[in-house]
Design a protein around this ligand. Structure first.
Ligand code: DOR
Ligand code: ZN
Ligand code: ZN
Length: 437
């Protein structure tokens, strides 16, 4: 037989060990694994000697903007950033302009993404103020429901016990995870100085918010996913509730690798919500990820803003940083420097998010699974925001020394990106991933 593509003689991780093998791809799927020299005939072969062959990353928390905020990012620039960052599936948050609170807006976002994408793009929806008006027709095309208790998608919504229970009930009814941005501050809490900003969005606030959802969750047995855990105490609380299986959590590379004290905070470069915490918190988050298993996955929380918005003085600057093009090199540097095992890397960046989202055939390199694959070289380099495909170029990781360079990104068996260039145009590859029914 002749297959479409052979990735020959590359480094594959098997049982936490590096092995040398070839991977055959046919009709968008992984066809099989072969010893070098024993591969089937193929229409195309890529020599992968010295390159790691890894599953494409699944980033379950990104803000790709588009629609009325296309000056910040759109599905073309955002998914180019994903492909160039080794991420083959992203899931887009609903706090866009307009927000995803109706089938109509969801359709607009899907239509735009389908014509502009370079990778798979999935979607979340928000929950309207009047929960009874939630449009059930969205359910087959979304992967979860997102709540922002501190900054609801419709003004005037208050996340009291009743609202939280109703949101969990809705998630349970449709078998969707409820994704929580844990923050119990109030929309009207306006910081007058930096100190107040950190006080409003403190670890106590994060912890209190999660506790309220955990209290309500016991009654509703919904699946709760805690976004961007930033505090050691929050990770501890998650660990204490672990027995329930229905509680999952993510951490961002920035909350794990940077602390607030690393930045003067006089500008908005490192301004994000939740804010960067103490060195103790970063240390405990790294441990929660690889030893204690309080954290299931890593997500970038790619939150692009314009240079003008980020260069403003701290209080006025927009919260959020680009993350699609730094996630892979930062996490692989943790592996290459011995702080993260290959097993934990593959779990938290690939198979973990696929399991949380319930998307089949992704996140693992195995026969019959989607050929969403990346090739990576171990190479020293420095992060440079100016090289990003994202429209957002300001990163708190500017100048950071990393040990990995993405060489090739393959989505559904098609080579999308290779050696710094895009091989195909927008809208050719990619799907809207849907849950296993
Ligand atoms: O810093 C943040 N930026 N945190 C969020 O929760 C939202 C995000 C955004 O959309 O810009
Ligand atoms: Zn958030
Ligand atoms: Zn976010």
């Amino acid at each position: 037989m002749t297959v479409d593509l052979v990735l020959s003689n590359g480094i594959l991780i098997v049982n936490d060990r590096e092995t040398v093998q070839s991977v055959a791809i046919d009709r968008g799927k992984i066809q099989g694994f072969y010893k070098h020299g024993k591969e089937p005939d193929s229409r195309k072969t890529l020599d992968c000697r010295g390159l790691y062959i890894l599953p494409g990353l699944i980033d379950m928390h990104v803000h790709l903007r588009d629609l009325n905020q296309s000056d910040k990012e759109d599905y073309e620039s955002g998914t180019m950033a994903a492909a160039a960052g080794g991420i083959t599936t992203v899931v887009d948050m609903p706090n866009s302009d307009p927000p995803v609170l109706s089938r109509e807006v969801l359709d607009k976002k899907i239509k735009s993404a389908v014509s502009k994408r370079f990778v798979n793009v999935g979607f979340y929806a928000g929950i309207p103020k009047d929960i009874k008006s939630f449009e059930v027709s969205m359910v087959p095309d979304i992967l979860g429901l997102k709540v922002y208790p501190h900054s609801p998608l419709t003004k005037g919504t208050i996340y009291d016990k009743k609202r939280i229970q109703a949101c969990l009930g809705l998630a349970r009814k449709h078998n969707l995870p409820l994704l929580l941005h844990p923050d119990s501050s109030n929309r009207n809490d306006i910081a007058k100085n930096q100190e107040e900003f950190f006080h409003i969005h403190s670890c106590e606030s994060e912890l209190r918010s999660l506790q309220m959802f955990l209290d309500a969750k016991i009654e509703y047995e919904a699946r709760l996913h805690v976004c961007h855990v930033s505090c050691a105490a929050t990770a501890r609380l998650i660990l204490e509730h672990r027995a329930e299986h229905t509680l999952t959590a993510e951490v961002t590379p920035h909350h794990m690798l940077l602390s607030g004290g690393d930045f003067p905070h006089s500008d908005g470069r490192a301004k994000m919500l939740p804010p960067l915490r103490s060195p103790y918190d970063t240390k405990m988050l790294a441990q929660a990820l690889c030893q204690k298993c309080a954290i299931d996955c890593v997500a970038s929380d790619h939150a692009p803003h314009t240079t003008l918005e980020k260069n403003a003085p701290f209080l006025e600057a927009s919260s959020g940083i680009p993350g699609l093009e730094t996630l892979l090199p930062l996490m692989l540097t943790e592996v290459f420097e011995g702080r993260l095992s290959w097993i934990d890397f593959l779990r938290c960046c690939c198979s973990g998010p696929a399991a949380i989202l319930g998307i089949p055939n992704k996140g693992i390199l195995t026969e019959g699974y989607d050929a969403d694959i990346i090739l990576v070289r171990r190479q020293e380099r420095y992060i440079s925001g100016a090289e990003f495909f994202s429209k957002a170029k300001i990163t708190p990781f500017e100048g950071r020394h990393v040990l990995a360079r993405l060489i090739t990104t393959i989505v559904g068996g098609e080579i999308v990106y290779h050696d710094g260039s895009f091989i195909i145009g927008p809208g050719i590859v990619g799907r809207v991933p849907v849950r296993k029914s």
